[in-house]
Design a protein around this ligand. Structure first.
Ligand SMILES: Nc1ncnc2c1ncn2[C@@H]1O[C@H](COP(=O)(O)OP(=O)(O)OP(=O)(O)O)[C@@H](O)[C@H]1O
Length: 286
């Protein structure tokens, strides 16, 4: 059995300050593909992320589930290096957005970011050129997302779901080690969704780490782990089966509501217990 050991991380937080931290690590455990502690983001005067702790195991699929506006996209933007934050964050062992990881992290946004006046193959060729030596074989990628038959038609003639798959292919062509996908299956028919989840699983089996946001609770069954998010906080880090077993609910939607209600009750109890008669204010009273 491996002995636990202490390792010392020196890292920079979102404001560029050095943060020293002693972390208990298992010598045999691979380092997390994503590691975050106390992650906070404020925008427009309100706190959007309220202290998130996160570890993503390499080669796994993590679902990020929660209602609209809970902060899923904001968290993803932090991890890909386009959102300022406070707290600790490491992506593939580096600061998010650091030059050393830029090409190794793929991000597929909700709105497809592709050139519609080009064909799928031309789009891929362009992104492959940006990826340089890391670029994967274009035909392989087109095949993986089921676009081979359309590859030489302009993207402007594609259906919405097909455009989404071009966007995914453009991220895949760089062979990312971490793939961050913002609601990649929204509005897709069951058959296309099934096909995409197979692609995601194949990528994870090949060693990539995937973080996938969704509103569709049933997609939790496809993930190795799920993070339930609400109002900038994680309510649970669990699996779909564990969530059903723990709550006793019949569906994941019902289970999520149960977790939310429990969290609200706990917060109300804690607040009731924490308010001193003299009212000194402070944390937990907002
Ligand atoms: N620039 C901004 N200024 C103020 N508030 C913002 C800004 N950008 C985002 N927000 C707010 O932050 C919250 C989280 O937004 P975010 O896009 O991360 O949510 P989400 O969980 O991805 O939602 P959805 O599932 O609808 O895409 C929302 O309430 C949003 O209105």
């Amino acid at each position: 059995m491996s002995q636990p050991r202490y390792i010392h991380h020196m890292m920079k937080n979102g404001r560029g300050a050095e943060v020293g931290r002693r972390v208990l690590a298992d010598a045999a455990a691979p380092p997390s593909a994503v590691h975050a502690r106390g992650l906070r983001v404020s925008r427009g005067g309100s706190e959007i992320l309220r202290g998130l702790d996160l570890d993503l195991r390499p080669g796994s699929i993590t679902g990020l589930l929660g209602p609209s506006g809970c902060g899923k996209t904001t968290l993803m933007r932090v991890l890909v290096g386009v959102q300022r934050y406070a707290g600790e964050a490491r992506v593939l062992g580096e600061r998010p957005g650091a030059p050393a990881v830029r090409g190794r992290v793929g991000y597929v946004t909700q709105a497809a970011a592709v050139y519609r006046d080009l064909t799928a193959r031309q789009n891929l060729r362009y992104f492959a050129a940006l990826a340089g030596a890391r670029a994967r074989d274009l035909d392989e990628v087109l095949d993986a997302v089921g676009l081979t038959a359309l590859a030489d038609r302009r993207v402007s003639t594609y259906s919405g779901g097909e455009v989404g798959r071009v966007s995914l292919a453009c991220a895949l062509v760089a062979g990312p080690e971490l793939l961050v996908l913002d609601e990649p299956t929204v509005g897709l028919d069951p058959l296309t969704r099934e096909g995409l989840w197979k692609v995601f699983r194949n990528l994870a089996d090949a060693g990539a780490t995937l973080l996938i946001s969704s509103h569709v609770m049933d997609e939790a069954f496809r993930c190795d782990r799920v993070l339930l998010m609400r109002e900038g906080r994680f309510l649970a880090s669990t699996t779909a089966d564990e969530l059903l077993a723990r709550t006793g609910a019949d569906t994941l939607d019902a289970a999520f509501l149960d977790v939310v209600r429990r969290a609200e009750r706990m917060a109300a109890d804690a607040q009731a217990g924490a308010i001193p008669l003299g009212d000194h204010g402070g944390e937990g009273r907002r």
